[in-house]
Design a protein around this ligand. Structure first.
Ligand code: AGP
Length: 606
């Protein structure tokens, strides 16, 4: 999503703002701009495309000013053009905005009727004209913003500066995160702490509904009721401030390779490695009395939840309702009286997931969230969190967060099973043993990376690719299809292997590679028979399995040889080959692996 940066500095700020915006590039964007306050009032430079285009513009036409705001835009209202790029401004005020103003159309009509001239198609420009309207009516800067905030419906974050005061920036958080950075005689604003790392690690996160009046020496924060509040000043986590690729070509590659380490960290957070017992945080309810678990998430996080459904139902004998967040809350799913609702989100800011969390909370569910960002909105609005220790995940395609989410969810399933008397000491030792061995198995798969290069070359020629899996390999098949399509742009679909004969098999011919995830588990034989149906129709099979070749009885284009692991952890280990397949195919195709087209790392709009 969009990135916001603001600086009230001691020196000219334009280039520092662009540097800070570069640390937000991972969020995905399609245009960028900077506005500053100069003698003559407000000035701005904007450009379509990547930040290098904005930098070129700043070289052509330098921009002075010691107070400014900047923005990377991921287009929601209006095409990604310079005219629609932020900051938007009038002679009196300039605004950068992340999120969506849902009632912008009526507000725009009102402003046009009042004689305002709009230059862009954006919802953001409505905010500029509203603030200007209130300023022209004699309101103070803060009053004009307060009045405007009262008029806005939607989820957004704002950074605002004024032509006539270069020691003032106003920030507002209503659905999209904002962080304030405290400097020495300077103050900063950013969508997250990563953006402010070059300036400070003393951070204050605004709460939902907060707005703040920033000056170089003072910060005043008000809650949604306009009451002055204090928010804690924290030391940003070091890991959050040091994101670079190291010696990897892409962040995604680095993050795939980090998995043995970060999965270990996550497991160690929930497993007493000396006793091999699971201990999860107190979720604030008696796990023995949970009648039903509801899981909701989006994208890759949803597929992690889907694997957890198999674990929880099989090992804890608790029914699990699961749905993508964008559907769950609108179908008003009936919820159990003393149910546990689990939300999985790497960023902790996904709008659909947050909205469904709020729906479940309003309907009496106990809320637990599996998040990678403990200061995120989803974390703050949960009754309990189970953090993953994946570290900052910069690549838009989620990898290490996925395997860490699965690790935490596996521990949750074990804790539920223990609480309900379904998992005894012996079984806990067995399952925990499988988990603790898992990082080593992940490492062994990552070490075979070179074997994926010829396969990637082959797959890059395909237009359509199918992924098949049974049982817990089915969500992994869908995740594999998502990984491939989102970074290589090759169309791919994941199917339950047993579903093939109910339609999708019509797609099979020699041009359609079929990637079959078939660990040698209780479902192996059935999956292999589905695979033979594919082979009989000329389908080219890529087999991801630990079984020996003679076990297949059919020609395969390529076998990804997997280590034999406990069935409990096979979906986690199977995630690695599908990540490597997607990564190397995309690299071969030359796409923008870390920032695929049209995608954003954190989708903070519905
Ligand atoms: C995964 O590779 C995608 N980037 C996307 O599906 C992502 O998992 C989804 O948007 C959910 O994001 P979250 O985990 O931050 O909530």
């Amino acid at each position: 999503m969009c990135g916001i940066v603001g600086i009230l500095g001691k020196e000219d700020v334009a280039h520092d703002i662009v540097d800070a915006l570069r640390r937000l590039e991972y969020r995905g964007y399609d245009s960028a701009g900077v506005a500053t306050i100069v003698e003559r009032g407000l000035q701005r430079r904007r450009a379509e495309g990547k930040l290098r285009n904005l930098e070129a513009r700043l070289v052509e036409v330098p921009l002075g000013g010691k107070a400014g705001i900047g923005h990377t835009r991921w287009a929601t209202h209006g095409k990604p053009t310079e005219t629609n790029a932020h900051p938007h401004m009038s002679a009196r005020v300039s605004v950068v905005h992340n999120g969506i103003i849902e009632n912008f159309r009526e507000l725009r009509d009102e402003m046009v009727a009042a004689g305002c001239q709009f230059e862009s198609e954006t919802d953001t420009e409505t905010i500029v004209h509203l603030i200007t309207h209130y300023l022209d009516a004699g309101k103070s800067h803060l009053e004009a913003v307060q009045e405007t905030l009262q008029r806005l419906t939607g989820a957004f974050a704002l950074g605002i500066i004024f032509a006539d005061d270069d020691d003032l920036m106003i920030a507002a958080r209503q659905g999209s995160p904002l962080a304030i950075g405290h400097g020495t005689g300077e103050v900063y604003l950013g969508s997250d702490a990563i953006a402010l790392a070059p300036f400070t690690n003393k951070i204050t996160y605004l709460d939902e509904g907060d707005y703040a009046v920033l000056r170089r020496e003072t910060v005043e924060i008000y809650d949604r009721d306009g009451v002055r509040v204090e928010r804690p000043k924290v030391q940003a986590v070091a890991g959050a401030l040091t994101v670079d690729k190291g010696n990897h070509r892409h962040f995604m590659h680095k993050e795939i390779h980090e998995q043995p380490e970060v999965v270990s960290h996550t497991l160690a957070h929930y497993i007493d490695m000396s006793t091999h017992q699971v201990a999860i945080p107190d979720l604030g309810l008696d796990l023995a009395k949970v009648d039903r678990v509801t899981i909701s998430a989006c994208g890759t996080a949803y597929y992690a939840g889907l694997v957890a459904k198999y674990w929880i139902e099989r090992y804890a004998r608790v029914p699990v309702e699961i749905d993508v967040a964008s559907e769950m809350r609108y179908r008003e799913a009936p919820l159990a009286d003393n149910g546990l609702a689990v939300f999985v989100s790497q960023s902790g800011e996904t709008a659909d997931t947050l909205a469904t969390l709020r729906y479940c909370k309003e309907n009496g569910q106990r809320i637990a969230s599996i998040v990678n960002v403990r200061s995120s909105t989803i974390a703050r609005e949960s009754d309990a969190i189970m953090p993953i220790l994946a570290g900052p995940e910069i690549g838009v395609a989620s990898t290490k967060a996925f395997t860490c989410q699965l690790s935490a969810l596996a521990c949750l399933a074990i804790a539920l099973g223990k609480a309900r008397g379904q998992i005894d000491e012996a079984l806990e030792q067995e399952l925990v043993g499988a988990l603790t061995e898992m990082p080593r198995h992940i490492s062994s798969v990552v070490r075979t990376e070179a074997d994926y290069l010829p396969l990637a070359t082959e797959l890059s020629k395909a237009r359509d690719i199918l992924y098949l899996g049974r049982g817990m390999s089915f969500p992994i098949a869908m995740e594999g299809a998502l990984k491939l399509k989102e970074i290589s742009y090759i169309h791919a679909e994941g199917y339950a292997a047993g579903e093939l004969k109910h339609g999708p098999i019509a797609l099979i011919d020699e041009k359609v590679p079929v990637i079959v995830i078939a660990p040698k588990d209780a479902l192996f034989e059935k999956t292999i028979s589905n695979m033979q149906e594919v082979a009989a129709r000329g389908g080219r099979i890529v087999l991801v399995s630990d079984a020996p070749p003679e076990a297949f009885g059919a020609e395969v284009m390529h076998q990804v040889v997997m280590p034999t692991v406990h069935p409990f952890v096979s979906p986690i280990v199977s995630a690695i080959p599908i990540q490597l397949i997607a990564y190397h195919t995309a690299v071969f195709m030359g796409t923008d692996v870390d920032q695929p087209r049209n995608l954003a790392k954190s989708v903070t709009v519905e």
